[in-house]
Design a protein around this ligand. Structure first.
Ligand SMILES: Nc1ncnc2c1ncn2[C@@H]1O[C@H](COP(=O)(O)OP(=O)(O)O)[C@@H](O)[C@H]1O
Ligand SMILES: [Mg+2]
Length: 606
């Protein structure tokens, strides 16, 4: 039993020091995010804290003045106290509005500031972190909660300051009357504090437990509102199927909430009842004392008001503790995310000078994080500057995974990748990425105008309209863009105002323009960039790529083998392994798999 108490108290001390640590971090965060509003908010709060008990005193004086006025027909004193009381109320009201304004502005600044630090962090996060569903839960939770929780901590701190100032000023007045009453007053608020903290912890646990399901619901709801989904939803008649999934979750939550919330209601009601009984007893004590000491009615009213105020202030103070505890639980997720270095790319590293000459895979095998299956097995091959490589193989053979490893987006599970003889892990990633012009299979369709959609291919050069238009001409999209309402300034993606949409093939040309635009790159990687193009367009674009990037290292995945016949080296992948390597003729003559793949396509073309 003793050991259990010791354990509990140790746990309590640990969580208190953790809470203090979180609070300090949060104040630093708020100070960094909105210095001016934080300072002004505290200043106004201290001022209004002082005014609270002053109001009660003035009100008491006013009542005494009214009593005197009734006795000797002299009203001027009562009017004086009344004007003072009204003036104080006006000041308190005005300060209330100012504080409201400051807290709104502070929340806006914090919103911006937290977004900024999250963007900075996301930029450093490794691609492999995205393979863990917990990562998405984390990020979503942080996005949902961080701003409200920091604002709440700020507001709670202000309330805390205000009630401490108010309690101190009240105590100064009360101490003359009866110190014991103050102690009772504190004790009467304890049950509510205990219950509220218990409820806050339970709510946080329920929230965490539900989070992935909540994220899933949001995802399903988004399907209803996305333009690219609407066709399929209609034709497959999916609305009911998907909405039932969402509604089933809602039913589950409602049933859980029924139990949890009804228990909260009972516990809250009991705690509040206890507080009210104790508060009644306190007022009775004040009444007895007033009669025993033969005090004036004005003093009695002041003391009762101050007692009520004291109880409110103490409750606020205790609520503050509970609120800090609750916000601390949520905001801690933000700090754990920001401090988690395991999900970040390594800092620093060697900057490649003079571009990439060779990329060499030595016995590289790779599994996606958390999976047992090898996506790539024992790969040994070398890519050299100026040569044209093609990766071929059926769906799921590992082609895109291969590209991800070349780009350093994942580290090999076994083996090494050397770039110009240096281990890829030791290179500075940002400088390494700059060497590549890459078009992914699942490239992004950005809600930007055409200039920007192409210009992002070399972000440092995004304002160079002339070169962007040249890239458009090379990928054969220029003539289509010329017909758009604002040509290259036309915004893309239908869901936005005044924007237009393109067909998937046209979007692929936009994506290819990004690679044409990035002339600085010395390695070009194209992962099935032309699957939606008609054969003629595809042929033309590949020919232009050949002309332009002849002197560069090119690594191309194409579903049409006729496009890559000219490759210096074709690498045939099967179940993550290299099962054939050589030029087209070589492979066709010697490799049965390649022959089959090629003949099948050749038949299709006839
Ligand atoms: N992010 C991922 N997490 C887990 N498995 C993946 C991931 N991406 C691809 N895979 C798996 O790795 C294998 C190879 O995929 P991929 O390289 O995309 O094939 P390909 O590009 O040749 O069609 C497939 O079995 C696929 O399911
Ligand atoms: Mg692929």
């Amino acid at each position: 039993m003793l050991a259990k108490i010791k354990r509990e108290s140790k746990k309590g001390k640990e969580s208190l020091s953790k809470l203090i640590h979180i609070m300090v971090k949060t104040y630093i965060l708020i100070w960094d995010g909105s210095k001016k509003y934080m300072f002004l908010s505290f200043a106004f709060t201290i001022f209004s804290g002082i005014l609270v008990p002053v109001t009660s005193i003035i009100w008491g004086r006013f009542i005494n003045a009214v009593t005197d006025a009734l006795a000797n027909n002299e009203i001027s004193n009562a009017i004086y106290w009344m004007i003072l009381s009204v003036s104080i109320n006006i000041i308190i009201g005005t300060i209330g509005y100012i504080k409201h304004y400051l807290s709104y502005m502070e929340a806006q600044c914090m919103n911006r500031y937290i977004s900024k630090i999250l963007f900075d962090k996301m930029r450093r996060v490794k691609v492999s972190a995205f393979d863990d569903s917990n990562f998405y839960n984390y990020v979503q939770k942080i996005n949902n909660e961080s701003v409200t929780r920091t604002s709440s901590i700020m507001q709670t701190s202000l309330k805390c300051v205000e009630s401490i100032v108010s309690i101190i000023s009240t105590l100064v007045i009360f101490i003359k009357f009866d110190f014991g009453i103050i102690i009772y007053c504190f004790l009467s608020c304890l049950p509510v504090l205990y219950i509220n903290m218990k409820i806050a912890k339970k709510q946080y646990d329920v929230y965490n437990h539900r989070f992935e399901k909540l994220r899933y619901i949001i995802n399903l709801k988004n399907i209803f509102t996305r333009y690219e989904c609407v066709k399929e939803l209609k034709v497959y008649r999916l609305h009911e199927f998907i909405s039932n999934k969402i509604l089933n979750y809602n039913d589950k939550f409602i049933n859980e909430d029924k139990k949890i919330r009804s228990r909260f209601t009972i516990e809250n009601a009991i705690a509040d009842g206890v507080k009210n009984v104790l508060s009644g007893a306190l007022k009775f004590l004040v009444l007895i004392k007033t009669i025993a000491n033969r005090l004036q009615i004005g003093q009695f009213v002041t003391y009762i008001q101050l007692l009520d105020q004291l109880q409110v202030d103490i409750s606020i103070l205790f609520n503050v503790v509970q609120s800090f505890f609750e916000d601390g639980l949520y905001i801690d997720d933000l700090y754990r995310f920001l401090d988690d270095l395991n999900i970040e790319e390594k800092k620093g590293g060697i900057n490649l000078i003079g571009g990439i000459q060779t990329i060499e895979f030595i016995n590289v095998s790779f599994k996606y994080p958390g999976l047992e299956r090898w996506a790539l097995k024992n790969i040994s091959t070398k890519f050299c500057q100026g040569d044209f490589y093609a990766l071929v193989g059926i769906n799921g053979a590992g082609k895109t995974t291969f590209i991800k490893l070349i780009l350093g987006l994942y580290e090999p599970t076994e083996g090494r990748i050397l770039v110009n003889g240096i281990d890829l892990n030791q290179l500075n990633k940002e400088s390494y990425f700059k060497m590549f012009a890459t078009v992914f299979q699942d490239f992004i369709k950005y809600p930007f105008n055409v200039y920007e959609n192409i210009g992002i291919g070399l972000i440092e050069n995004i304002d160079n309209c002339e070169e962007i238009e040249q890239a458009g001409i090379l990928s054969d999209i220029d003539s289509i863009i010329q017909r758009l309402p604002s040509k290259y300034n036309t915004k893309l993606l239908r869901e936005w105002n005044e924007a237009v949409d393109l067909s998937h093939g046209q979007w692929q040309r936009i994506a290819l323009s990004r690679a044409f635009f990035n002339k600085n790159a010395n390695v070009v990687i194209l992962d099935e960039p032309s699957s939606a193009l008609d054969p003629e367009a595809e042929y033309n674009i590949f020919r232009k790529f050949e002309e332009i990037s002849e002197h560069k290292m090119r690594i191309v995945i194409s579903h049409r083998l006729s496009n890559i016949k000219k490759a210096t080296c074709i690498i045939l992948l099967k179940d993550g392994e290299i099962v054939g390597k050589g030029d087209h003729q070589d492979l066709y003559d010697k490799n049965e798999d390649y022959q089959k793949l090629y003949d099948m396509q050749a038949e299709g073309y006839v």
